[in-house]
Ligand binder design. Sequence first.
Ligand code: AQP
Length: 327
Amino acid sequence: MRIFSGIQPTGDKHLGNYIGGFRQYAKTQELGEAFFCIVDLHSITVEHDPRDLYERTLDLYAMLLAAGLDPNRSTVFVQSHVTAHAEASWLLSAVTSFGQLGRMTQFKEKGDVREFVSAGLFTYPVLMAGDILLYRTDRVPIGDDQRQHLELARDVAERFNSRFGETFVVPEGIYPEVGARIMDLQETTRKMSTTGGTEQGTVKLLDEPDVIRKKFRLAVTDSGREIRRAADKPGVSNLVDILAVATDCTPAEVETAYEGKGYGDLKTDVGDAVVAFVTPVRERYLELRGDEPELRRLLAGGAEKAETEAAPTLAAMYERMGFVARG
Ligand code: AQP
């Protein structure tokens, strides 16, 4: 089985990324041949600082290794190191519906709050479709926010296959049972996010333990006193889910354990549990991040492996679309 997921080197990575993404990657790499791509080309779809992109690409690589990705087992690489991604994106734009791109929630949400909306923000899901399809991916571990983009990638694959002949595997998403959508601790109906969240409501993986505890202490809860998951209790549901993931139990077990207790107990305990959960990752990250030459050496190996895998798919795309190969 082929597994692929992409992660943006943008902003400070947060608990939502870890629970919805990184935590799954380490598990799914056991299922088959896995590719994890630092999607730097995606990061330029919103205004960015070049120096920042450079640093954050290496930060993210160190973070992925700290979260348990093994570069000897999985192919972990930077998107711009494998030029097939940019090429595939252009070719696939021929079989992507303009109307469908316009319906992408993420485009609308990010576009609405910006004065300058780049063409790249609009076409971003085509690049993402190429990322996934180049590796003939069967499964894509992602959080709930990427569901719509994956659906588009599936449509693109099917349209290409039916117009030009069977070329792509039509991939399926793998979503975590609990924690597929971690919410902002302050604005509890919005997902925790790098670009759209509140400062106090976003728990960063590199926050100091006291900062994490404080963010949970100040988390917004709901009316009523019961600690249970319910549609009208987004704040409490979120805390229950986070505690369940951090302590490796089910949300139902958390609800039972907190019968008769107050929100204050829950908030303190979630804060402590998250600190215990992320501290080993943070420590390992700091150790790895200190050795930049080694990170770049490992990345070069990842790029070579990824390039070898992507090349035949890209060649098949060109050929089936009727391009004359260079003699
Ligand atoms: N709140 C979330 N809950 C669960 N999973 C989440 N993911 C992101 N936010 C949540 C998942 O994290 C993985 C890596 O995401 P990414 O860094 O590539 O980009 P993203 O989805 O765009 O994350 P952000 O932080 O929310 O960035 P912005 O603010 O730019 O949109 C993905 O699998 C994602 O599903």
